[in-house]
Structure formats: C-alpha cells, structure tokens
Design a protein around this ligand. Structure first.
Ligand SMILES: NC(=O)c1ccc[n+]([C@@H]2O[C@H](COP(=O)([O-])OP(=O)(O)OC[C@H]3O[C@@H](n4cnc5c(N)ncnc54)[C@H](OP(=O)(O)O)[C@@H]3O)[C@@H](O)[C@H]2O)c1
Length: 340
C-alpha cells in the first residue's frame, strides 16, 4: 500500500494548527525521507504562529527536530539507509518548502543533517537534541561574529583555562551548552532556579546562582574572578530585556567587557564599546561534523545526555498544538515532545 502523508499545517499567523493531507515526499539528491516517530517543539514556533516571522510561503509546516526511521534515501546518500533509526535537523519554514517541516508524518532532511542513533538512545529522547545541541555548538564554538570562539567539544577534553557564564542554564540550549562546555574543557558559572541546580551540576556547571536573588550579578562577578580562568564571555540562553539582558550586561561591565552571546537574531542592545554582542544562529553547517566526531560517540559512551528530558504532550499530529500551548506557558528543564 502506498504511504500517505499528513501534516499539522499553519495556514496563517494567529490561527491554530490544522491537521490535513500533505504530499508524500520523494527524496531528491542528497536527501532523506524520514517516517517521524517523535517531534520536539521549539519556542520559535510559538513566535511564528503568533506573528508570522520567518515564513516565506503559506501554508507552512513548523519546526526542526525530528527522529524516526529512514523511509527512503535519494541519490548520493551514503551515511544512512532505509530502516535506520535516525535523528535529524530539518529546515522548518526556512526556505519555504513544506517538505522540510517537522510537524508531519514524513519529513525530508538533508543527509548531512541526518544522524544514525546508537541502539540504546530512544527516538523520543533523541528528538530533543538537534536545535539545542546545534545552537550550543554555534554559540560556544562558532568563530568571531558567529559564536564565542571556544574549542570544539572532545571525548577526552583538555582543560582550556577559560571560564564562561551561562545565563538560563536549565533551558534547552543551556543544558546542551553546559555539556558542550564541559567537553570543551571550559569552566562554567551557571545561572538557573535552585530546583534545577542538581541537574545543571550533573551537566558540568562548576558554580550555580539563583536568578531570583538580588545579589546574582555580584555573586556571578565574584565567582568569575575567583575561578582564575580567562573570562570567555556570557552566553545568554534567555535573551529577553527584563529577564536576562538586564543582568548579563552589568556582569560584563563589572568584568571589564567581553562577548555577550544572545539567541535573538533581531536583538538591538545598547552596550558600551567594550561589550561585543554576538547574535547566534543555530542553523549553521559547522554543526554537521560535530555530530559525527563528538555527539554520536559521546551518546554511545554515555558522556552526553539528551536533555532537557522530553515532556510528552500526547501522540499524533493533533497533539502538536497542545504541546505548543503548554510550552508557551513555560516549562522548567523539559522539552515538549509529541510521538507519532
Ligand atoms: N537563535 C537560535 O538559533 C535559537 C535556537 C534555539 C532557541 N532560541 C531561542 O532561545 C530562547 C530559549 O529557547 P529554549 O528552547 O532553550 O528555552 P526553554 O527550554 O523553553 O527555556 C525554559 C527554561 O528557562 C528557565 N528560565 C526561565 N526564565 C529564566 C530567567 N529569567 N533566567 C534564567 N533562566 C530562566 C526555565 O527554568 P525555571 O523557570 O524553572 O527557572 C526553563 O528551564 C527562546 O527565545 C528561543 O526562541 C534561539
């Protein structure tokens, strides 16, 4: 029987997702068709649904994180084959081709962004990785202008002698960034809520501070100075004026300036000359090889974890809107996932 595709479409900004038919994709050169089994939901999808940013063509199919089984491969694909259990970063609404959206039964992914999973990593767990890990890699290890220029993660890290501040360490990008920093030999001073301190510590945070405390800026500045490492900058995984910029900028000022990595590509920040704002974009070719050389072997060896833990919104494409609604209200160290 021929396979039938269905998708949770966003027809226009401001509307809810609607499940309906979608064309069954054929893989082109260097492309893989994946039968999705788990889809993770990212906060940007709520922004797209509300205000219509990024979308080049309506209706659209949202989001980027899928895991499942390879259904078909196109010419020139050698890294995966039919039936393989894989995780992939798809392009979502970027580029305007709905075949590359995540919220459907069958998505198309570029072969270089499709990675075969170790047997003991579940598809549901793996679905939380692509956006979070890729953004952590670009943010920490991207070259000047793209990231903070830290070493790439390694399975046997050497101490780098550098100290990094991560604001919002319990977020999806934060938990991946802590682990990448540890694997890059970088000491991290992390900011989160106390109920997430143990989790952040287990991902490598050397020191933790509570963002609800009035003393947080002073405490972080003292900890960076006491670390004796070379200050590598602040990665702001929250990137909102009142929630994080208000604190991250004074931390940098008190430390004499440096790099401020932010996750909002549209951010317009007024900062003194000695602070350099780096707008981080997780979609970057530099991440592809890091999956092969670090992440997949590290998952196999238990040196890197699929975090935040998935929080299941339900099963089936109909549950995606529910997952988006829960995420919009806010989650704590969890990633909304829908299984199919
Ligand atoms: N540029 C890119 O390529 C890119 C990629 C990925 C994400 N992003 C953006 O980055 C942002 C974060 O995304 P995400 O998926 O990582 O977030 P997320 O996981 O949904 O973030 C929620 C976490 O942040 C913590 N938190 C909330 N407010 C905080 C604050 N004021 N200070 C410190 N921690 C706080 C929460 O913990 P508690 O409430 O329990 O403290 C919770 O654990 C979003 O705006 C997203 O669109 C951009």
């Amino acid at each position: 029987m021929p396979s039938i595709n269905r998708a949770a479409w966003l027809h226009v900004k401001g509307e809810k997702l609607q499940v309906g038919d979608a064309a069954m994709p054929e893989p082109g050169e260097g492309e893989v068709v994946i039968r999705n089994k788990a889809i993770a939901i990212n906060p940007v999808s709520n922004k797209i649904q509300d205000i219509g940013i990024i979308v080049q063509q309506w209706p659209t199919i949202l989001d980027y994180d899928v895991s499942g089984e390879v259904h078909a491969v196109g010419p020139g694909v050698e890294n995966v084959q039919q039936g393989d259990r894989v995780v992939a970063f798809v392009f979502g609404p970027y580029g305007g081709d709905p075949r590359f959206g995540a919220y459907q039964l069958y998505s198309v992914a570029r072969a270089e962004k499709t990675k075969k999973l170790p047997d003991d990593v579940t598809l549901t767990d793996a679905s939380v990785l692509p956006v979070g890990f890729n953004t952590a890699i670009v943010g920490l290890c991207g070259p000047p202008g793209q990231g903070l220029g830290l070493p790439l993660p390694s399975l046997s890290p050497e101490p780098s002698g550098k100290t990094l501040v991560i604001w919002g360490a319990s977020s999806a990008v934060g938990l991946q960034s802590l682990q990448v920093a540890r694997a890059a030999g970088v000491t991290t001073i992390a900011i989160a809520s106390p109920h997430n301190f143990d989790l952040c510590r287990s991902c490598g945070a050397a020191e933790l501070f509570d963002y609800h405390q009035a003393s947080v800026v002073d405490d972080v500045v003292k900890a960076v100075k006491a670390s004796n490492g070379e200050f590598a900058g602040v990665l702001d995984c929250i990137s909102l004026p009142e929630d994080s910029y208000k604190f991250c900028i004074p931390i940098l000022e008190a430390l004499g300036g440096g790099l401020l990595g932010v996750l909002d590509p549209q951010a317009r920040l007024e900062v003194s000359e000695n602070i350099k704002v780096v707008k981080i974009m997780g979609m970057n070719e530099m991440t592809d090889a890091v999956w092969d050389e670090y992440l997949i072997p590290a998952l196999r060896e238990g040196k890197h974890r699929c975090l935040p833990e998935p929080l299941l919104a339900g099963e089936g494409l109909e549950s995606l809107q529910k997952g988006m609604d829960i995420l919009k209200k806010g989650v704590s160290a969890k990633k909304m996932v829908v299984t199919l």
